[in-house]
Design a binder for this molecule. Structure first.
Ligand code: ZN
Ligand code: FE
Length: 256
């Protein structure tokens, strides 16, 4: 049953902060810690007390506030076992398919290496929410800083196996730039064309384009659409394997 309340707010220049709150137990989690001050302000505004931090990966704009928040709140920090030495303050070390108890529900850990070698996502299945850090973005995917295209493609496939209604909380507002690239590689995708208009409308009012959903990404995000004939022909890889098409799409975006 759905039980969690969420709160999304801006951090740093283009990160999003996310709080999730279980009203019954009072438990409150911050997914990543881009900016301790912004997170403390959000907690104060909601009158919630921080009990957990779920870290997706070690980058500073995701774990930089861990120590300050833990010192203030004494909260429990959950992070990937393999990144124990890179993510400050981990109390609970997790791996693929581990279930983390939070309030009256559980989050399942999905290992999604690629952006970094130790990236994880947290799937709150009963609330149809997934927190993906810098793995998938609205119309985009994370840069491959530490992983290979094969690893990242495997990670995206895992996320795309979630049901279409799953709400996807990605950590940055990169959507408008991603949209321009997506249109350049899949110009005949009418769902994409429509979505880009909507994105322009939202951004012209300074509104968030996050969260997104698995179903919407499935229809419009070129990084999870390697079987699109339009994409394959635009990038010159008709009949290419999913990993080949993904790798070339990612390479083109790096140079876009
Ligand atoms: Zn990152
Ligand atoms: Fe980031």
């Amino acid at each position: 049953a759905m039980s969690l309340q969420g709160h999304q707010f801006q951090c740093l220049s283009d990160n999003y902060g996310f709080l999730i709150h279980d009203p019954e137990s009072g438990d409150t989690a911050s997914v990543d810690t881009p900016e301790a001050a912004a997170i403390n302000n959000a907690l104060e505004e909601k009158r919630w007390k921080l009990t957990h931090i779920f870290n997706t990966h070690h980058h500073f704009d995701h774990a930089g506030g861990n120590e300050e928040l833990k010192a203030k709140w004494g909260c429990q920090i959950i992070g990937f076992d393999g990144d124990f030495e890179r993510i400050p303050g981990i109390d609970q070390r997790v791996r693929e398919n581990d279930l983390v108890e939070f309030g009256g529900t559980t989050a399942r850990v999905i290992e999604v290496a690629g952006h970094t070698s130790g990236h994880v996502a947290y799937h709150f299945e009963s609330d149809q929410m997934v927190f993906v850090g810098d793995t998938i973005f609205a119309l985009g995917c994370g840069r491959l800083f530490e992983g290979t295209p094969g690893q990242m493609w495997g990670s995206l496939e895992k996320l795309m196996s979630l049901n279409d209604d799953t709400v996807v909380y990605c950590a940055h507002e990169y959507t408008q730039a991603n949209a321009a690239f997506a249109l350049s590689v899949e110009p005949e995708n009418q769902d994409l064309v429509k979505r880009c208009d909507e994105i322009d409308r939202l951004r012209s009012q300074n509104l968030a384009t996050v969260p997104t959903s698995i179903g919407l990404e499935r229809k419009t995000n070129p990084f999870v659409r390697p079987s699109s004939v339009n994409l394959q022909s635009t990038i010159g890889l008709v009949g290419g394997s999913p990993v080949e098409v993904f790798a070339e799409t990612r390479r083109l975006k790096d140079n876009f």
